[in-house]
Design a binder for this molecule. Structure first.
Ligand code: GRF
Length: 191
């Protein structure tokens, strides 16, 4: 077992954050949430963290002249809270290699689609993956599929996908914290 300290990055409502907090509270994920950071001051995710007594820090993108400065500010907060695993839970910014290098193999993301995906698909779903320097290209840890139903709107489909996000994201974090993931090239083996 690793002694992991999670740093969770969000941009909005934070429903994935809530599912992770619940999993930690239940004792399912044996780790501590050290800090929640949002790139917007009004992100509801910050409020959810504060309600639970978790340090909640806004790091506002437009306060910085360049992306590199913004990322350095993020890293400073993460390091100040001794974060060992970065969790991107609905974080709507692309992270450059500067950031990714600082936490190689220690950044997880949830993506609300099956990767790779394209228009007109009959199934959708979500993907938890390690973050590397590419765009949604890191090794995949877990996926869940949901049907695309006749008459689905973006909202009804997103709600069906979100339900699965709330299941596979905490489950993936648990596996990471329990040191049960082995990356072999682009493949992740679960022990
Ligand atoms: C989720 O669908 C996530 O996959 C996507 O943004 C949404 C965030 O939702 N990247 P929430 O903030 O976790 O509720």
């Amino acid at each position: 077992m690793r002694e992991e300290k999670l740093g969770i990055l969000c941009s909005g409502r934070g429903s994935n954050l809530a599912s992770i907090i619940e999993a930690v509270e239940r004792g399912d994920i044996p780790a501590e949430i050290a800090v929640v950071i949002a790139d917007k001051a009004d992100a509801y995710a910050l409020e959810r963290a504060r309600e639970k007594g978790i340090p909640a820090v806004p790091v506002i993108y437009r306060d910085y002249a360049e992306r590199a400065d913004f990322e350095r500010a993020l890293l400073k907060e993460l390091q100040a809270h001794r974060v060992t695993l970065v969790v991107l839970a609905g974080f709507m910014r692309i992270l450059s290699p500067i950031f990714v290098h600082a936490y190689t193999g220690r950044i997880l993301n949830i993506h609300p689609a099956l990767l790779p995906s394209f228009p007109g698909v009959k199934v959708s779903g979500c993907t938890v993956h390690f973050v590397d320097e590419g765009m949604d290209s890191g090794p995949i840890i877990m996926q869940a599929a949901v049907p695309v139903l006749e008459g689905d709107t973006e909202e009804t489909l997103a709600a069906r996908v979100l339900e699965q996000e709330h299941r596979i994201f905490p489950a993936s974090i648990k596996l990471y914290v329990e040191d049960r993931l082995r990356t072999d090239g682009r493949k992740v083996h679960i022990l």
